[in-house]
Design a protein around this ligand. Structure first.
Ligand code: ZN
Length: 164
């Protein structure tokens, strides 16, 4: 990841609002409606063989979003310690900012992507800023404090990310 491209990304105003307002259905309910049209507000999950292979749902997204997804997936250790302030802790049961991009890392190296981040400017900005600061050599603790300071007022409750 080039630091420069992240700086450029950050300076772009990401006007995408979280569009995932509809309450999440429970898993059981969900199965009953698997074929229904009500999937529009649900987060899409897609598995690829490795971190370098981006999911097909990203192909119709702007390059900036693809770059952030790639960076997020490659910074698991960092983003798992960074809370997300978009409201996904309540809406999607996310535990940290990494969850907005990756649902699961399988033992064989496969990765299950989550399209939540494509619909959420806050998720994208938090990931981009964290990775950028990390590339500059800031500690995870320092990065997290900066994110908290930026988002603690006027945003949703943070995800329940354990303190460092
Ligand atoms: Zn989020």
């Amino acid at each position: 990841m080039k630091i420069k491209s992240l700086v450029v990304l950050l300076s772009l105003s990401l006007l995408i609002a979280c569009s995932n307002k509809e309450p999440q259905k429970s898993e059981k309910n969900h199965q009953d409606h698997e074929q229904s049209q009500s999937h529009e507000t649900s987060d899409i999950r897609e598995e690829t063989g490795k971190v370098e292979s981006l999911p097909s749902f990203l192909m119709k997204q702007p390059k900036e979003i693809q770059v952030i997804y790639q960076a997020a997936a490659k910074h698991k250790e960092l983003l798992e310690k960074i809370p997300c302030y978009c409201g996904c802790g309540v809406e999607a049961n996310h535990k940290n900012n990494y969850d907005c991009f990756v649902h699961e890392n399988k033992k064989n190296g496969a990765i299950v992507w989550d399209d939540h981040g494509t619909k959420c400017g806050v998720c994208l900005e938090i990931a981009a800023q964290s990775v950028r600061d990390y590339s500059k050599g800031k500690s995870i603790k320092e990065i997290r404090e900066n994110i908290n300071k930026t988002y603690e007022k006027g945003y949703a409750k943070p995800t329940p990310t354990p303190t460092i």
